[in-house]
Design a protein around this ligand. Structure first.
Ligand code: CIZ
Ligand code: SF4
Length: 351
C-alpha cells in the first residue's frame, strides 16, 4: 500500500542520512517527487549529484539521466535507477548501430568526419554520447540547443542531429536556417531515404526520432485556448511539433517554463505544453499567486516510463541500501564513459 511505502521510504532515508541523495526530475509523479533532495532537469540534477558528498545517487528519472549522473560523478559514487524499465522511448529511437550505419552510409556521399558535427540531445544512451565524443561531436539539452548548433557550425559545415527531430528543427529555425535545408533521416531506409544530392545540400540532417508525449499537443488545443482566453499566454517545450512551437508565445526547456511562469504577473492565464506532472505541479504552486496554469492536451498524457518509478520501487532500492546491498546500479563502461564525458564537457564549456 502507498501509505506504508511512504513510511518505509522516510525510515530508509533517515537511516542512510548524508550517504544518500535522491534526485527528482520535473516529470516525476508527486508521490515520488516529494522525497527528492534536489529537483530539476536532467543536467542540473547530474551536476548537483556530482558535487554532493553522497555515496549513493538515487535518480528518480529515466535511464539516460542515471547514466549522465554516473558519467559526471566521482568513480566511487554509485548511481541507481529504482526501476530499470524506466527508459525514454525517444532515446531508444537512436541506437548506436543505427547511427554508425548512418555514418557509414554518409561516407558514400562525402566524408562525414570532415563535414558533419554529430550532435546528440542529452536524451540518448551513453554509447551515443561516446560516439559524439569520438567524432568531434557534442551533447545538447533543450536549454542550450541553439548555442550548441552555433558551436557545431563554427567547426564543420553540417550537423547530424539525433534523436529528436523537433528540438533540432526548432533550434535550427531559431538560428535562421531555412526549413528546406533541414532534412529527415529515416533509419529504416537506405541513405536515410535521402538522395546523395539532398545530403550534399542539407545544413542539418534530423534523425526521425520524437517524444510521443509531446506529440499529443496540437495547434487545435492552442486555437481553442486563444478563443477562450484572448489574453492568455502559451508556453511549450521544444519537443513539441514545429506547428505547436510556432503558435506558442514562448518555447523552452522545463527550467525555462518554470522560470517564465514564476515571473508572470498574477491574474494571468497560461497554457503549458509539457509533461502532465510538471504542469499539475505548476498549477498547484501558482494558484495561490492568482495565476491559472492549464495543461495543453485535453487528454491525459504523461511520460509513462518515468511513471514506472513509483514509491514501491523507491522503497525497495532504499531498503536494499540500508541492508548494504546495491540494486539497479547504473554503471557506464569506463571506456565509453571517458568518450561520453568528452562530449558532455564540450557542451559544458560551450554553454
Ligand atoms: O533534460 C531534461 O531534463 C528534459 C528531458 C527536458 C527538459 O526540458 O528539461
Ligand atoms: Fe523521453 Fe518523452 Fe519521457 Fe522526456 S517525456 S523522458 S523525451 S519519453
Amino acid at each position: 500500500p502507498d501509505a506504508a511505502c511512504q513510511t518505509r521510504i522516510l525510515a530508509a532515508k533517515a537511516s542512510l542520512g548524508k550517504r544518500l541523495v535522491i534526485l527528482g526530475h520535473h516529470y516525476q509523479r508527486s508521490d515520488v517527487f516529494q522525497h527528492a533532495d534536489f529537483t530539476g532537469d536532467s543536467l542540473k540534477l547530474s551536476r548537483l549529484a556530482a558535487n554532493s558528498e553522497a555515496d549513493y545517487i538515487v535518480f528518480c528519472g529515466v535511464h539516460f539521466m542515471a547514466e549522465v549522473a554516473d558519467i559526471l560523478s566521482r568513480p566511487e559514487q554509485i548511481s541507481i535507477l529504482p526501476d530499470l524499465a524506466a527508459g525514454c522511448s525517444m532515446a531508444d529511437m537512436a541506437t548506436l548501430a543505427r547511427v554508425e550505419r548512418a555514418w557509414r552510409e554518409l561516407k558514400t556521399v562525402l566524408d562525414p568526419d570532415a563535414t558533419f558535427t554529430p550532435v546528440t540531445y542529452i536524451n540518448s544512451a551513453a554509447d551515443l554520447k561516446a560516439f559524439c565524443g569520438e567524432h568531434g561531436g557534442i551533447v545538447c539539452t533543450s536549454s542550450n540547443a541553439t548555442k550548441i548548433l552555433e558551436w557545431s557550425f563554427a567547426r564543420r559545415e553540417k550537423v547530424l542531429f539525433f534523436p529528436d527531430q523537433h528540438l533540432g528543427r526548432w533550434s535550427g529555425h531559431k538560428m535562421g536556417i531555412p526549413l528546406e535545408d533541414m532534412v529527415l533521416w529515416d533509419w529504416d531506409q537506405p541513405l536515410g531515404g535521402l538522395t546523395p544530392e539532398q545530403v550534399r545540400k542539407a545544413k542539418i540532417i534530423l534523425w526521425k526520432g520524437l517524444c510521443s508525449v509531446h506529440q499529443m499537443f496540437t495547434p487545435a488545443n492552442i486555437q481553442r485556448f486563444r478563443q477562450e482566453h484572448p489574453d492568455g499566454q502559451v508556453i511549450s517545450h521544444p519537443e513539441c511539433s514545429f506547428e505547436v512551437c510556432e503558435l506558442s508565445d514562448y518555447v523552452g526547456s522545463t527550467e525555462y517554463i518554470i522560470k517564465t511562469v514564476a515571473e508572470a504577473k498574477s491574474g494571468t492565464h497560461w497554457l503549458v505544453g509539457t509533461e502532465l506532472n510538471l504542469v499539475n505541479r505548476l498549477a498547484e504552486q501558482f494558484k495561490t499567486e492568482g495565476k491559472t496554469v492549464q495543461f495543453m492536451a485535453s487528454t491525459v498524457c504523461m511520460c509513462s516510463t518515468m511513471a514506472r518509478i513509483d514509491p514501491q520501487h523507491l522503497a525497495w532500492c532504499l531498503e536494499n541500501l540500508v541492508a548494504g546491498q546495491v540494486v539497479n546500479h547504473i554503471k557506464v563502461p569506463p571506456d565509453e564513459a571517458v568518450l561520453a564525458r568528452v562530449a558532455l564537457q564540450r557542451m559544458l564549456d560551450a554553454s
